[in-house]
Design a protein around this ligand. Sequence first.
Ligand code: NDP
Length: 286
Amino acid sequence: MSGAITGATMVAGVAGAPVRHSLSPVIHNAWLTAADLDGVYVAFAPPADGFRRFAEGLRGGAVRGLNVTLPFKGEALAAADIVSDQARAAQAANLLVFESDGAIRADNTDGHGLLVAFASQAPGFDPAAGPVVILGAGGAARGAAAAFLAAGAPEVRVVNRTLENAEALARDLGGRVRACGLDAAQTAFAGANAVVNATSAGLSGGQALDLPLGAAPAEAVIMDMVYTPLETPLLAQARGLGRRTVDGLEMLIGQAKPSFAAFYGRPPPEALDIRALVLETLETRR
Ligand code: NDP
């Protein structure tokens, strides 16, 4: 938002519960100001059992679209009339667009953000060069698995606390996905091209997973979707072992870019150092 709100101001936002600490308003409003666009990006906290009603009320496009975060990504998918391949594969939507004809379009840009983060922080990384390990079997893991499969990964090994959830993911995404429990992590890491943490373990200082990272090859890239703290125990362990790392903040920014374009009709301005700005925000919140 670069000036006063007018009748022409484009409105978009993020919906989640809790949503107060979401970084998405920081990112999108900074881009709006830098691009001098008449737009604003706000945070919504629908009641836990009221997401569907909330989304239905936005049909018609007065609000252009929403990013959707926990715990509503599954309900966002269910609320949509038009679903992208990425959202269908992830069985979760992090982006809803409200078309002027009343339709709701669902997409999932998390997988895109993940691959963009690898390209920027692990230059030369080739997703097709070997098996990828994904820790977790929730919506973020599904999006990551689908993105790596689409990018040519020969095998995706899904390692999850609850084996049944990993098996369900493998069933849904097909023959190149293998499922195992956390007790088989050591075997899964052998020969891996990348290891991606898509669990919520370790979030905001919680107990992180204790993983046999040393079993992954020296050239494997280690990525953590969790970005609070930015250097998670997993990334610290990986750096200690000399592995290249990719952080969750780069993914967050990567998934936000196509959302901005969907809401405001143009890509975000490249000139602004959005990562530095978000890091500053995180620092002031500590
Ligand atoms: P879900 O709730 O759908 O899935 C959570 C996953 O974490 C499940 O596989 C669950 O295992 C596992 N898990 C939770 N706690 C533990 C634990 N203590 N030990 C082992 N496994 C555990 O969440 P999402 O998939 O939506 O998100 C996962 C993470 O990714 C979150 O931390 C989220 O913040 C992050 N994320 C980051 C993004 C970014 O842009 N950086 C984008 C999207 C997500 P089980 O099946 O056994 O319950």
